[in-house]
Design a protein around this ligand. Structure first.
Ligand code: ADP
Ligand code: ASP
Ligand code: MG
Length: 440
């Protein structure tokens, strides 16, 4: 069985949705199709939710009406017959009546998450109806029946697998099983989500749960590129990556994949293929256990990083110092990304600063703390890059003009990470493109 995921731009226009229907029907065998919301919808829902949390109902209603108009014109182009146009109209009305009900009530975090879920719920329903109009053998399988996260917001893979088994058994005769990306239930059984870009993660969790033959992530670009195409002009697609390499790139900012996508697929060695909906013939990227030897494969950048320098109040770091530091971060459930130590100080980075004040307060009891915000981690990934001759020389030569705040080598075989102030991010990516990939 295959799991095929289509992102927002792949379903963002009626003609694209129709093309996906062709693509899916032409793919042999039974498959699960995971859909995102239409492009722009989740951003609009976030804006509506933010207005409602602030109590600005008028601004929220304006956004809701704009979105509703967009869906109304979408369905007139998607469906052919008057009968299906009417069904589409009813569907859209029902969703927008519900959104306005949510808006009119006591709007809290729970209603916000319910609002965010509407994007995937409506896109899958519209797609399903489109397949019905074309008499294609398909069913909707609601993600809220099986996708769940625990109290730490971690997906419950075993439970997901257990729930999916009987559901899929009952759909054995169906060619195309459509489900929603991104949305799930949390440990309170409320509607929740897997964070922005989470549809990739849904596909990978499902692929792992059913031990699929392959997980395919269909998007608007021909695979994982060697550098961020939003920042750097000349980039090229990479044909093969290992799970480890792809995982590091996703975690450190390659937006094509949700940061956690690779983890479940890797656990069960299910290959992940990245494909371009706009150019089906392009080979894309295959992510598997197979190693290929090129030293420099790709770079990615993750913004919004805070660097924390913690200097022991004693001159030299006593043993137990690092333990005390780590325990504080653990207590506030704040993961540490990069770390570098010297005899008198330790520098580390975090990307979740919600509890930073409390953390600093506790650290101050036995150390001096300095904070630098607006930092970016640039991660350089390649085959055993961490222990190859001449690699650091090439990187530092390329970045001779850039003040580097931290470097991490040897933490992983496949990755060298550097920390720069975000104002140098673009320059860093451009100069690495020239210096290590010879692209002007
Ligand atoms: P989708 O809506 O299909 O989930 P996304 O916008 O989340 O699509 O991801 C695809 C985008 O990721 C591309 O259009 C591209 O701009 C961006 N991107 C960032 N880094 C990379 C990279 N290294 N390789 C490919 N795409 C990347
Ligand atoms: N629709 C969600 C988002 O925009 C999930 C996704 O597209 O993967 O973040
Ligand atoms: Mg995405």
């Amino acid at each position: 069985m295959l799991v095929l995921k289509f992102g927002g731009t792949s379903v963002g226009k009626p003609e694209r949705m129709k093309k996906i229907a062709d693509l899916v029907t032409e793919t042999p065998g039974q498959k699960v199709v995971v859909l995102s919301a239409l492009s722009g919808t989740t951003n609009a829902l976030v804006a509506i939710g933010d207005f409602l949390l602030k109590g600005d109902l008028a601004a929220a209603e304006k956004e809701i009406s704009t979105l509703e108009k967009h869906y109304q014109s979408f369905i007139t182009e998607l469906y052919v017959s008057d009968n299906f146009k009417a069904i589409g109209q009813e569907t859209v009305s029902r969703f927008f009546i519900f959104m306005r009900l949510l808006a009119a009530g006591q709007f809290d975090d729970k209603s916000y998450r319910e609002l965010l879920a509407q994007g995937e719920l409506i896109s899958t329903e519209l797609f399903y109806q489109h397949l019905q109009e074309r008499k294609i053998n398909a069913r909707l399988l609601p993600a809220l029946y099986f996708m769940s996260i625990d109290e730490n917001e971690e997906p419950e893979l075993e439970k997901i697998a257990q729930r999916l088994k009987p559901l899929l058994k009952s759909l054995e005769h169906v060619d195309i099983i459509i489900t929603q990306g991104y949305i799930c239930r949390n440990h309170r059984n409320e509607i929740d989500n897997l964070k922005r870009g989470g549809s990739d993660y849904t596909a990978s969790l499902m692929g792992a749960a059913i031990k699929a033959d392959e997980i395919q992530i269909w998007t608007d670009i021909d695979g994982m590129h060697n550098n961020d195409p939003r920042v750097v002009k000349k980039t090229y697609p990479i044909s093969e990556l290992t799970f480890d390499e792809a995982s590091e790139l996703a975690y450190f900012g390659a937006k094509i994949l949700h940061p956690s996508t690779i983890v479940p697929a890797q656990k069960y060695s299910v290959p992940v293929r990245l494909k371009n909906t706009m150019d089906e013939k392009a080979p894309g990227t295959i992510i598997s256990n197979k190693e290929t030897e090129s030293i420099f494969k790709a770079v990615a950048a993750k913004d919004g990083i805070t660097a924390i320098k913690i200097k022991s109040s004693r001159m030299l770091m006593a043993y137990g110092f690092l333990r005390k530091v780590f325990e504080i971060f653990e207590q506030y459930k704040t993961p540490i990304d990069m770390i570098s130590t010297s005899e008198v100080a330790v520098s580390l980075t975090i990307d979740q600063d919600a509890n930073l004040d409390k953390i600093v307060n506790e650290l101050n009891a036995f150390s001096n703390v300095e904070i630098d915000r607006n930092q970016t981690i640039v991660c350089i990934v390649g085959h055993r890059i961490g222990n190859q001759k001449g690699v650091l020389d090439k990187i530092f030569h390329a970045l001779a003009e850039i003040p580097i705040r931290m470097v991490s080598v040897g933490g992983s075989y496949n990755n060298i990470s550097i920390l720069v102030d975000t104002q140098y991010k673009e320059q860093t990516l451009i100069q690495l493109n020239q210096g290590i990939f010879n692209l002007a």
